[in-house]
Design a protein around this ligand. Sequence first.
Ligand code: ZN
Length: 380
Amino acid sequence: MSEIEVRIMWAPGKYIQGQNVLPNLGVYVRLLGESALIISDSRVYNLVGKAISDALKARKIRYGWTEFGGECCFEEIERISRQAKKGRSEVIIGVGGGKTLDTAKAVAVNRKVPMVMVPTIAATDAPTSSSSIVYSKEGVFEKVLSHSRNPELIVVDVGVIARAPVRFLASGMGDALATWFEADATFNSDSDNEVGGKPTRAAHILAKLCFEILMKHALAAKLAVEKERVIPAVDLIIEANILLSGLGFESGGLAAAHAIHNGLTVLEETHNYLHGEKVTVGTVTQLFLESKDKSVINQVLTFCNQLRLPMSLGDLGLAALSPSRLMEVAEAACRAEESIHNEPFDVTPEMVSDALLAADVYLREFRAQQQSTSFSPKPI
Ligand SMILES: [Zn+2]
């Protein structure tokens, strides 16, 4: 008889997404506590501060705001934790982008109180996950804090996210693009997911749904958000970027794409690119590493082209990378603890560097062909 595996899926307590849902925030926060400490930077406060304050006041929730210092570092987590202790805050609410939300998660875990996420951009799946990425005060990656739980509540106001710069939404789609390929690799190799068990079929199929929504609705959503418009495609893409991608990566598993992202971060030149942009280069490289069918590769490249996402070293301005620096990236991607080892075959640094170079060459050819068909049709 074959052994029955232990499958584990983690998820947030409540997920609420819609247009103009912020005025209802108090209704849901009230289920968690009577006082809250809200973390946001001043730009985000100017954007949604009044709506959130009004929503909490309406439900008689005591609240205070603290200004986020800009980096999810241990000093900042400690500072805000002390403030939450002093104010006896029963709930921690993070409002903003990934770093603010990651800090709020760590503070809530420190204080053993519920965590509430109010993302104002959809650049990553950070709002859904149970981890915080911690950096030094200077912004150098330090460690991933794996918490014992996911956020109790996530409230996503589609209108707020549609008014943020489109580059964030596109980057979130890049992060979400990796989800299916990585979850499928993890599933096929029977590796563990990010919460220490084999993936459930539910997480696997949610990752696939994430991919299908991206392929159908990405371009329409991007064009709408460029004009700060909300159409159903925007709603679909936000759910894919935040919820499906979050569940898909954490409970479905990571593989080569995120490991190659981590490898790329050893190069200072990549620091000005967003997480999802570097992950996209990782995803395209994973496709070459896995020798995926040409039709899949072309489908992904067409998608990335439409969103203006970088797909290769050349797109990141690294076309002339020396062989030794390329090997540094590949070796970092293949460190023992990296998720690249969830691929269904053994991966070496040489294979990663070859795949990175292959992606560059293929992409040049792909773009040349696209131009010849769209701009200079051959005479019959
Ligand atoms: Zn990611």
